[in-house]
Design a protein around this ligand. Structure first.
Ligand SMILES: Nc1ncnc2c1ncn2[C@@H]1O[C@H](COP(=O)(O)OP(=O)(O)OP(=O)(O)O)[C@@H](O)[C@H]1O
Length: 333
């Protein structure tokens, strides 16, 4: 699937409005460029990428909110942009930055409205609400106007409102954004239990790697609108497995530059420094540091998954820059 946005360019200045009227100008932005993947039933897949990579645009196309400019999409056998009623009853798009709850009314009013919209029989409503309440503990929250709830409480109610119709596919766009660590953990474990117990397929975007590590075995990484990686989280982790982090605590403060001779200094505050070194050099670097520095403590760990992701983003951005350069070269020729 691909999506190109047309962006109106507004002229500035006193007569800008006249220019906009007489000769309107626009440019194009390809947000999603020939992205292709499949997700199996019951699979929970992380959909990652830097800001502006095209994740939300992809989720909107998958849930039928946006028409693709090119390509074909099939979700549960339906074509999302046709917005078939049965399709809409089978999916849910939950966005951490937007909510569907009616601001001035208690959340239960939104739940009842959704019951009507999705034609949920009373018995099913009772059963699904009871199940969701057991996992999210919302019964104390649903009678107060939504505007009086905290961000975390709103997110719990938002999840209930979005899942009452028992969807088979979930698109989650940053569901833990802005939540404190306690509520993040609750939401994470809810998604885990819910997807496993209901055998629901989930496509999850998040900038928090704890979400991805807790929930996803497979990750798809997009950068500049293109898929740059589609494999297991483990294989993403292994991309950095030829490096280790050596954390050194010194008894006397030292400049980061003083440790540069041992490896790449990732961070340092005077007393504690982190060095990234090739795995094959770990023993020799540790010996040298211990012999030459006043060391209080030293430890060795694997690089966090963020390192591998960052490297992937940087490689894809470099590739995109080269593609753009090639394309402009072609134009000139
Ligand atoms: N309605 C729109 N009109 C024009 N351009 C848009 C529109 N929506 C998104 N874009 C552009 O498309 C690109 C992809 O945006 P998108 O929101 O899909 O990225 P994202 O990966 O979800 O980013 P983030 O992680 O910051 O949420 C961005 O460059 C964005 O500016």
């Amino acid at each position: 699937m691909s999506k190109t946005y047309r962006i109106k360019e507004r002229s500035e200045g006193a007569f800008g409005w006249l220019t906009n009227l007489v000769s309107p100008r626009s440019s194009e932005k390809t947000a999603v460029d020939d992205v292709s993947f499949t997700v199996g039933q019951g699979e929970v897949v992380g959909f990652l990428g830097p800001n502006g990579a095209g994740k939300t645009t992809t989720l909107k196309m998958l849930s039928g909110l946006l028409y693709p400019t090119a390509g074909q999409i099939s979700v549960l056998g339906y074509t999302p942009q046709l917005r078939n009623k049965e399709f809409l009853k089978s999916i849910s798009l939950i966005m951490g930055q937007r909510q569907q709850l009616i601001w001035d009314l208690p959340a239960m009013e939104t739940f009842r409205l959704n019951q009507k919209i999705f034609e949920i029989p009373d018995e099913q409503f009772k059963q699904v609400y009871g199940y969701l309440d057991e996992l999210l503990q919302v019964s104390k929250l649903v009678k107060a106007p939504v505007r009086t709830l905290s961000l975390g409480e709103k997110m719990k109610c938002e999840l209930v409102a979005s899942l009452l119709h028992d969807p088979k596919v979930l698109f989650l766009d940053e569901p833990t954004i802005g939540l404190d660590v306690g509520v993040q953990k609750i939401v994470r474990s809810f998604i885990k239990d819910y997807s496993r117990e209901r055998n629901v397929s989930v496509l999850l975007t998040s900038h928090y790697m704890q979400d991805i590590e807790a929930l996803c075995e497979r990750v798809i990484v997009v950068s500049d609108g293109r898929v740059s990686f589609d494999n297991t989280l483990e294989s993403l982790r292994k991309r950095m497995s030829n490096h280790r982090i050596i954390t050194v605590e010194l008894s006397e403060a030292a400049m980061a530059s003083a440790l540069g001779k041992y490896g790449l200094v990732r961070s340092g505050d005077g007393f504690v420094h982190e060095l990234m070194v090739p795995a094959s050099d770990v023993v020799s670097v540790c010996s040298r540091v211990l012999a030459e520095q006043s060391v209080l403590d030293i430890s060795i760990s694997d690089p966090p998954i963020e390192e591998a992701l960052l490297k992937l983003f940087m490689d894809s951005q470099a590739e995109a820059a080269m593609r753009a350069e090639g394309a402009s070269g072609k134009c000139v020729a």
